[in-house]
Write a protein that binds this ligand. Structure first.
Ligand code: ZN
Length: 105
């Protein structure tokens, strides 16, 4: 099981994202539909694990919450990804919103 497996959802086709090791050995997640049927069925972006973890860590820092990479699922409820935005929902009801030119932690 990878750190964020099972909690990332595509907001275009509403399927889950699957973990994938890309060619540079980066940990990334990709929409199941895109992975299985190609970008003609869903062209939702591929997302880097590091990028999401950085946002979550920064969120915790700002709000004075305890952060631990291995226990991220204990406080992150779900993550919605589309090509225009990403929304991270935390179990305490707070959220982080990422758009092309703005991040609110
Ligand atoms: Zn999709």
């Amino acid at each position: 099981m990878h750190i964020l497996s099972g909690i990332i959802f595509c907001d275009l086709c509403h399927k889950k994202f699957n973990f994938k090791n890309n060619t540079n050995n980066n940990h990334v997640y990709i929409c199941q539909t895109r992975k299985n049927y190609g970008t003609s069925k869903c062209d939702c972006r591929i997302i880097k694990e590091d990028f999401l973890l950085q946002i979550i860590e920064q969120h915790c820092k700002i709000l004075n919450k305890k952060y631990e990479t291995s226990k991220v699922k204990l406080f992150v409820n779900k993550i919605k990804v589309s090509n225009d935005y990403i929304i991270i929902y935390y179990k305490d009801g707070s959220l982080s919103e990422i758009s092309a030119n703005h991040i609110s932690y």
